[in-house]
Design a protein around this ligand. Sequence first.
Ligand SMILES: [Zn+2]
Length: 306
Amino acid sequence: MAHGVHSERLTVGDLAFVRHAFARPHVDPVNVFVIGSTVIDTGHPSEPTLRWFRDQEELDRVVLTHSHVDHVGASIGLKSIARLPHVAFQGVFDELTDLEARMARMRDHLHGSGNSEGYPQSFVSEEFPPDLPHYDVTQSTSVSDGDTIDIDGMRFEVLHTPGHEYNHLSLWCPSSEVAFVGDAVMPSARFDVGVVNTSVGDYLETLERLSELGAEVLIPSHGDPITDVSSFIENCLTNVNETIDQVQTVTDRLRDPVDLREVAVEVFEPESGMAAKYFQDVTAAYVRYLDDDGSLSLIDTSGETR
Ligand SMILES: [Zn+2]
C-alpha cells in the first residue's frame, strides 16, 4: 500500500474495478475508481494523490463526476493526466477553467468574518490551496443525461444527478446493476451541500431517480459501497423530509429576515464553529427550497444579508 492510499479490488456482477481511497487531513477519504484503463475522478490536488497518479501509466481516460476540487485534482495538477481524454457532464469543463476563481470565493466564504465562526485556516488552505499548478484539460467530451459510455467492454449510462452540485453525473451499469454516484449521496444518508449550485429540490429528484434504478450497489466517492440500496435511499428521504419540516417550523416562527445562524443552531445543534458554519450553508439550501417565491432574505454569519 502506497502512503496515504488504501486500494482494494471489488467485483459486482460482471464488473471488476479497483477502489483507491486517498486519506485527507481534515475530511473523509476520497475515492477514485479504476475500471480497465479508465479512472473515475482524480482525487484532491495534494501531493500524496498527485504522486500516486504520476505512477499510473496505464490510464488512458478520465471520467469526472463533478468539478469539486477533491474530484479533479490530478486533472488540473498533473500534465500527464490533464492531457488524457476527459469525459464529464456539460458545463464541467467551463467550471474547471474557472476553478481558481471559484476556490478563491470558497476560501472567502469558509473563513467567515465578523465573529469566531468559520473553518480553521489550515482546513481552508489545505482543502482549497491558493497556489496550485493548473493544467488545462485538452481533450474533453461533454455528455448529458442518457448518453452511454463503454468502459472496459461494459456499457454505462450517464445519469444527471444534481443536488449536491448541479453538473453532477452518475454512471449506471445496468448489466451489473451498479451505479457510481460521486457525491450525489453520502454514506451518512445526509444531504451534503456543495455550497454553490446546490439544491434540495434537485437532491430529492436525484434520490427518486436512484431508487428507480433497482441498483444492487451504489458506489459513492466518499466511504464504502452501499449495498442495502432501497433502505439507504429510504433513510436519505426520511432525513431530508424531516429536515425540511424542521427548517420550515423554525423559519415560520422567526420570520423574515431569516438569520441562518439561529435556524442552524435550532435544527442541527452544531458542536463547533466549523460545524456551525457548515450547517448555515445547509440551512440556506433548505430555506431556498422552502421559499418558493424568493421573498425571504437570509442573514449569514457575517451579519450580511444575501
Ligand atoms: Zn463534491
